[in-house]
Design a binder for this molecule. Structure first.
Ligand SMILES: O=P(O)(O)OC[C@@H](O)[C@@H](O)c1c[nH]c2ccccc12
Length: 377
């Protein structure tokens, strides 16, 4: 075992590239990178052997799972996470998985589809090669800096304008969809940052859209709007030019969140951590190094949209958020200047808007309509 671990330069390099391990790092990560500590259980050994053979790197919850013998779903459920992983068999001892399971809601369906998609993408482009590609990408731009500057320049929340063709709740939002034209129109009309949907199956987005917008000369920092379940996706987003990435608290257990946050920092990227309810917000507020939180007014489980969600959560936790210097983004369901003023008065510094802009004939001009005034770039 020791010699196998010692013969794994990629894993050692990949782990050490996530800066030095902190007290939070799972012990197997330390075992792998240090090659000294004994791996505690047979399943962990088997998983490591498998990973070495298949040139893979671990996600932190997986490591805990192997060490403790608990499933990722029971770890997540103990943290109040309702979304289950399908947990397809990855390693020989994991059995056959439950192929008859039915997703409980749309977010769970998306996550299950994402597990399949990511494993197929990884098979084509292993983590090692995506990490290398990310090292060749131009440096990440300052997402939070762009939001703060736009907020103080305009006196209204900074705009993250979303390049979104379709959604599971609304269907196709725009037939005539040219991501570069839309991105340029948003930028010209004062958007501080852009959000590019990359999920293909449910949002008709793509990583190609992200890449072409990045290469089109658009200067605004770009958020990769993805359902992240695996660190592979973060490196891939960076390799395609993303400056920030969405991490959804309803999907990611605490340890994954912490580990992914560190990977983002290491890559110079901003993590927008999305919450929908008080329990998720409290979990996220217990994590060190969180700088940007999005409060989604739409439940990704039921699609119900309620802008008072932002106000309610800010009333409850606004003080600690302010104290910590965390910036808040009000997300979803914003259609009028009154909606924007409502979430602004609740304490948000930025808003994330898709539908109300993208459905308009001229999405650029729609920005002045949404804010009740032209925004300065
Ligand atoms: O189109 P709207 O209602 O303006 O919403 C934009 C954005 O907030 C929404 O697309 C969104 C928020 N969080 C997400 C997570 C995944 C996919 C999409 C989303």
């Amino acid at each position: 075992m020791e010699s196998l671990l010692a013969a794994a330069p990629f894993h050692v390099a990949a782990f050490s590239s996530v800066s030095s391990p902190s007290a939070h790092s799972p012990s197997v990560l330390r075992s792998v990178s240090g090659g000294r500590r004994a791996v505690r259980c047979a399943a962990a050994k088997e998983a490591i052997l498998y990973a070495l053979e298949h040139d893979e790197m671990f996600n932190s919850e997986e490591v805990i799972q192997w060490e403790s013998g608990k499933t990722i779903n029971s770890i997540a459920a103990a943290q109040g996470i309702r979304i289950r992983r399908r947990c397809r068999p990855r390693y020989p001892s994991e059995g056959s998985g439950d192929d008859k399971a039915v997703p409980r809601n749309i977010l769970e369906q998306i996550v299950w589809d994402k597990e399949v998609e990511v494993s197929q993408r990884k098979a084509k482009k292993p983590l090692k090669s995506v990490v290398e590609s990310s090292e060749h990408a131009p440096p990440a731009r300052d997402f939070i800096g762009a939001l703060t500057a736009a907020h103080s320049r305009n006196g209204v929340p900074a705009l993250i304008a979303e390049v979104k063709k379709a959604s599971p709740s609304r269907g196709v939002l725009r037939e005539n969809f040219n991501p570069v034209e839309i991105a340029q129109a948003y930028e010209k009309n004062g958007a501080a940052c852009l959000s590019i949907l990359t999920d293909e199956k449910h949002f008709q987005g793509s990583f190609e859209n992200l890449e072409t917008v990045r290469n089109s000369g658009v200067q605004c920092p770009l958020l990769c709007k993805e359902f992240v379940i695996d660190i592979w996706q973060i490196y891939y987003a960076r390799s395609k030019g993303a400056d920030a990435i969405l991490l959804i608290a309803a999907v990611l257990p605490d340890l994954d969140m912490k580990y992914m946050l560190r990977i983002c920092k290491n890559l110079g990227m901003t993590a927008l951590i999305e919450v929908h309810d008080e329990k998720e917000l409290d979990r996220v507020l217990r994590i060190d190094g969180v700088e940007l939180i999005g409060i989604n007014n739409r439940s990704l489980e039921t699609f119900v949209v309620d802008t008072s969600n932002t106000r309610m959560l800010m009333e409850k936790r606004g003080d600690i958020i302010k104290e910590r210097g965390i910036l808040v983004v009000g997300e979803s369901g914003l259609f009028t200047p009154d909606d924007v003023a409502y979430v602004h008065s609740a304490g948000v510094s930025a808003v994330l808007v898709g539908e109300s802009l993208i459905k308009e004939e001229d999405p650029g001009q729609a920005i002045a309509g949404l804010f009740g005034k032209e925004l300065l770039s």
